[in-house]
Design a protein around this ligand. Sequence first.
Ligand code: ASP
Length: 329
Amino acid sequence: MRSKLLCVPAALAMCLSVNAYAQDYPAANKSITFVLPYAAGGPTDKAARDLAQSMSKVMGGHSIVIDNSAGASGSIGANKVAKAPADGYTLLFTHIAQATLPSFFRNLPYNVEKDFEYLGLVSENPMNLIGRPNLPANNMGELVTWINANKGKINISNAGPGSASHLCGMLFQSTLKVDMTSVPYKGTAPAMTDLIGGQVDLMCDQTTTTIPQIEGKKVKSFAVTTPTRLSSPVLKDMPTMQEAGLKDFTVTIWQGLYAPKGTPAAVLKKLNDALKVAVKDPEFIRKQDAGGASVINDARNDPAGHKSFVMSEVNKWAPIIKSAGVYAD
Ligand code: ASP
């Protein structure tokens, strides 16, 4: 009661300024930035750019720019947004790393539950195990034979511990009971360049970026991580990991948008409203579909559904990651 009385004038002034702020948001002369925690040209970058284009359309052509703050498995970009002004102009676009990094990092400099406002999930991606073009194997059976004959010599690239490519590669190794040398990059775009060049042997990546490389015969494809085959013309004949004999092996990567904790509710609502219209944009849907991804169109488009899903993913991955005993500092 006492604090209520004391706070009235100040709180009222604050209320008025917050409302006025939200009415002006987004200001015509100020771009919104999506901080993207992986390298340009990778699948997360691509999904962020697709969403930025559709959200910008919904927001009357307002400028949305991408800031690739890559490194440390995506934690550098996420930390940048966790510490950014809570004004709706600096947002984080990231994927499953939001749920896995807390288990991989001993000292993650932000808290995924407390430091962000959840704005909604937008899409889901299958993963695809691919190999360098000169790998002496053309299907999963031949690949497993080659792996078993070359134990200790094989390397597998990824975007750092806790990234989608790392999780998928880790499950692949534990299913085969084989250890490979992990080669981390700031994202799977630079990792793809080295895979195409034959400097690394294998990688798991989202189908959105593997499809063009498979089509161009730049890499070899061995399996997809969905429970059933994909409808994409390039991957429709590609076996699932389960069909290829790797029992229970499924991985789905999801991505969504976050704001710093404390962003005004009216600003969050404007962003969430725009996101929900953007995921129904036929152009956004077409682009995801072409990459073998699917658009999320359910309760996870809303802040509450998004947050409870991410928390359930934190709990799902924690024991798997702990039992693998892989940590980053
Ligand atoms: N595909 C990446 C991952 O493995 C990240 C990226 O988009 O570059 O998590």
